[in-house]
Every structure is written in structure tokens, then in C-alpha cells.
Design a binder for this molecule. Structure first.
Ligand code: SF4
Length: 160
């Protein structure tokens, strides 16, 4: 049985920056969670960040730029949390590899988990094209990343 990594907040775990989850009530996803085909994981918590925590955004680029040292991740207190996010990305990659995972469903817009869009680093709720640091690292290792609106696509991938 092929397994798939999912953002823990999508599975309903209350680990987001605001102390809440983001449960996605898709029947397929709920079935995968029940049969343990879907493996919840949170990059930011695994990187050592607390819940709740100040919101953070990528400044100066996208996830790949963070990994390359060209951009950083800063929270609303002005603290540089880049190292915590990069550590979380590497822990997520290790978790994926340990479980033979080749695909993931990650929460869109997050500086860790976004796969199409992220916030622009100004804390003004403005989205720009780009991906989070965990998504960038997973994709660099040939793990296919979907977002929470692409569960049908993930199902097709798992069926191949
Ligand atoms: S890092 Fe990813 S899994 Fe963790 S709370 Fe943020 S979006 Fe959800």
C-alpha cells in the first residue's frame, strides 16, 4: 500500500501558528487517515517551534531561495526563524524517506507547506506565486507535492 505524507493541520491536529488545526473533511482523506495510508506530520513543530507561535513569512524569495541562503523567514516579532524552518523541512524529508513516501498533500500558503502560493513577506495577507521551504526540499528529492484542494490528483498518483 502506497502511503502519503500530509500536513498534520489538515488531519485536524491543533498545531498551527494560531493553535488551531485546519481539518479537511474530504471522505477519501478521512479514509486514508483511518487506514494509516495518510501519515500526518508538521514541519514547523518538528523543527522545534512552539504552538501557538507568531506568524512567519518568507522574505526575499521562495522556499528554494531559503534553502540556498538567499531568503529568510521572519516572524511578526522580527525574529529570524529560518533555521527552525529549515530544520523542520529536513526532518520532514527524513520522515518521508523512512516511510517510503513518494507524495504529499500539504497545506497551501504556508511558508513551510505551501506548494503554489505563499505570503509575500509583508504580513499584509498578500499571496504571491511560490512554495514553502518544506515543499521545495521535498520536490528537490522527487517527492510529488499536492495541496489540500488536489486530493483527487493525489488519489490518481497513488493508484498508478
Ligand atoms: S507547518 Fe505545515 S503542517 Fe505544520 S501547521 Fe503549518 S501548514 Fe500545518
Amino acid at each position: 500500500m502506497k502511503q502519503i505524507l500530509i500536513s498534520a493541520c489538515i488531519a485536524g491536529e491543533a498545531i498551527r501558528y494560531d493553535g488551531r488545526g485546519f481539518p479537511v473533511k474530504d471522505p477519501l482523506l478521512m479514509e486514508w487517515l483511518k487506514e494509516k495510508r495518510a501519515l500526518p506530520f508538521c514541519p514547523e513543530v518538528s523543527g522545534g517551534l512552539a504552538t501557538p507561535r507568531p506568524p512567519a513569512e518568507i522574505q526575499g524569495g521562495s522556499g528554494l531561495d531559503v534553502l540556498a541562503g538567499r531568503a529568510r523567514i521572519v516572524n511578526t516579532l522580527g525574529e529570524d526563524v529560518t533555521d527552525d524552518f529549515v530544520l523542520g523541512a529536513h526532518k520532514t524529508l527524513s520522515f518521508a524517506k523512512d516511510n517510503g513516501v513518494m507524495a504529499a498533500i500539504l497545506k497551501e500558503n504556508s511558508p513551510s507547506c505551501g506548494s503554489t502560493t505563499i505570503y509575500d513577506g509583508t504580513f499584509s495577507s498578500h499571496l504571491v506565486p511560490g512554495n514553502g521551504v518544506t515543499t521545495a526540499l521535498l520536490r528537490a528529492h522527487h517527492i510529488v507535492v499536492f495541496n489540500e484542494t488536489e486530493i483527487a490528483g493525489a488519489a490518481r498518483f497513488l493508484a498508478e
